[in-house]
Ligand binder design. Structure first.
Ligand SMILES: Cc1ncc(COP(=O)(O)O)c(C=O)c1O
Length: 474
């Protein structure tokens, strides 16, 4: 006789669709926010984070409890990442780089799933996903119920902008230094709703983060219509600036913004995050950038029950109508292994001394690299040093770049040469040294460098030399 027959409890389907869960996803996530939560067993010993960690042939001395001795840099990179060391890879900011434990854990979950696909998907997947959310919530200081694991930041940004439910007669605000595709998502939402899009043109040079706050305040104070939504990047992609998001959220609320969304695509791991403290309605971050997960993993945070209720999935599947966690836990059959690999990934970061220690390495290395490049090229950074975290933009020396008015063709030509002749992967950006992007007369070329745990100063030395050796036909 089965357990169910013994208990004489034929409860029917507890969750959505025909998944064979004993508790619904909503019950699971709410329980995970209480002291009652007990992590589920791992279905196989080989799926346990510590087993995966130990089985990887890394340089890490696991008998040593003081992992603060582990050295970051090239050897660390060789042991823990897949990067081809014939390249100088200083563009982590673009798409991150997946570390070995995330890839291995993901592979193991994928193989496990295929041992009995129905057992895994019907009965185990959601329980294991809630465990992942539980661990992520501890990192980000959030409730388990307030986060969803999504395939990428773009997905979450679409969801949040739709959930803001812009209305005709309202305005939607974004900075012109915000991410290109988000301007498109917001622009489309404005067209559909009849709201007016205001792109605030940030004036450069910026001396301090307060300059941005003041510029935003000056514009907000001129707006007559109600503000439906303000969108701010936590870390801007092209210009690499870490924006004072907490202050920008507070400012937006002061001017009556109905909703505030933070595009924190670069946020997790590159910044210490206490997401609820920002006060935004949504914070969205990729895990595949600075947390080094496998590609296709992002986190969306919603601030509490009201935003949880109005944030609906743009993909309608079985969980639709059953609650926030249900809608976002299943958007059709796909590979969830990257999300399940987050727990071993966090375990690994702790084992190498913790994310804070890794961040200290990256931010110090970045400042050293800035110093090296600005001295070698006799140029300046685009923004103030204290607005950079793990990425920065440094002006290229005019003697080593194509002559004539600055344009994106020149940027591409330099980036292509660094790639093809020097095997250096780094983006070249066209940014305003003064004025705004719209005022093209003050544009300059900058290199956007990233500093990750696998980089060393020598990487930037190679970049310095490569640029210094570049000649261009008149
Ligand atoms: C600021 C910002 N927002 C959004 C995105 C989109 O991220 P994804 O392509 O992973 O969805 C990026 C990607 O680089 C970004 O830098």
């Amino acid at each position: 006789m089965s357990n169910l027959e013994k208990k004489n409890e034929y409860t029917g389907y507890r969750g959505f669709g025909s998944f064979m869960m004993e508790e619904s996803v909503e019950e699971l996530v709410y329980k995970a926010d209480t002291n009652e939560y007990i992590e589920p067993e791992y279905p196989l010993f080989s799926l346990k984070p510590e087993t995966i960690f130990l089985s990887l042939n890394s340089s890490i001395n696991t008998n040593n409890n003081n992992n603060n001795n582990i050295l970051f840099g090239h050897t660390f990179g060789k042991n823990n990442f897949f990067l081809d060391d014939t390249w100088v890879f200083i563009n982590h900011g673009a798409f991150g780089a997946t570390c070995r434990i995330a890839m291995e854990a993901s592979r193991r979950w994928r193989e496990y799933a295929e041992m009995q696909p129905l057992k895994f998907i019907d009965r185990e997947l959601f329980i294991q996903l809630v465990r992942t959310q539980y661990h992520v919530s501890k990192l980000l200081h959030t409730r388990v119920a307030d986060i969803a694991i999504l395939p990428n930041a773009t997905y979450g940004l679409n969801v949040a902008i739709k959930a803001s439910n812009l209305q005709a007669g309202e305005v939607a605000i974004m900075l012109d230094i915000g991410y290109g595709s988000v301007k498109k998502i917001l622009g489309e939402a404005c067209i559909l709703s009849g709201a007016r899009l205001i792109l605030i043109s940030v004036q450069f040079p910026i001396e301090t983060a307060q300059d941005i706050v003041k510029q935003v305040k000056d514009i907000l104070s001129t707006i007559k219509e109600p503000i439906g939504l303000c969108v701010f990047d936590h870390i801007t992609s092209n210009s690499a600036l870490v924006l004072p998001v907490k202050e920008l959220v507070t400012l937006s609320r002061t001017f009556g913004a109905r909703h505030v969304l933070i595009d924190g695509a670069h946020g997790i791991a590159s910044q210490e995050l206490d997401i609820p403290s920002f006060g935004a309605d949504w914070y969205i971050s990729n895990a595949h950038k600075w947390l080094c997960s496998t590609k296709g993993v992002a986190i969306m945070h919603v601030s509490g029950e009201n935003i949880r209720k109005c944030t609906r999935s743009i993909i309608i599947s079985h969980g639709y109508g059953s609650g926030f966690s249900s809608e976002f836990s299943w958007d059709g059959c796909r590979d969830y292994s990257g999300a399940l690999a987050l727990t071993p990934l966090l375990y690994w970061w702790n084992s190498v001394g913790g994310l804070a220690r890794a961040r200290t390495y990256c931010t110090s290395l970045l400042q050293e690299a800035i110093s090296l490049l600005t001295k070698r090229w006799s140029t300046k950074t685009h923004g103030p040093l204290n607005m950079y975290g793990t990425m920065a933009c440094i002006e290229l020396p005019s003697r080593n770049i194509p002559k004539g008015p600055t344009n994106s063709a020149h940027a591409k030509a330099i980036q292509d040469r660094l790639y093809a002749e020097y095997k250096i992967e780094v983006p070249i950006k066209v940014l305003p040294a003064s004025g705004t992007i719209a005022g093209a007369e003050n544009l300059r070329l900058y290199v956007r460098i990233s500093a990750a745990t696998y980089n060393e100063l020598d990487d930037y030395e190679k970049l310095a030399n490569a640029i210094c050796s570049m000649q261009w036909d008149e």
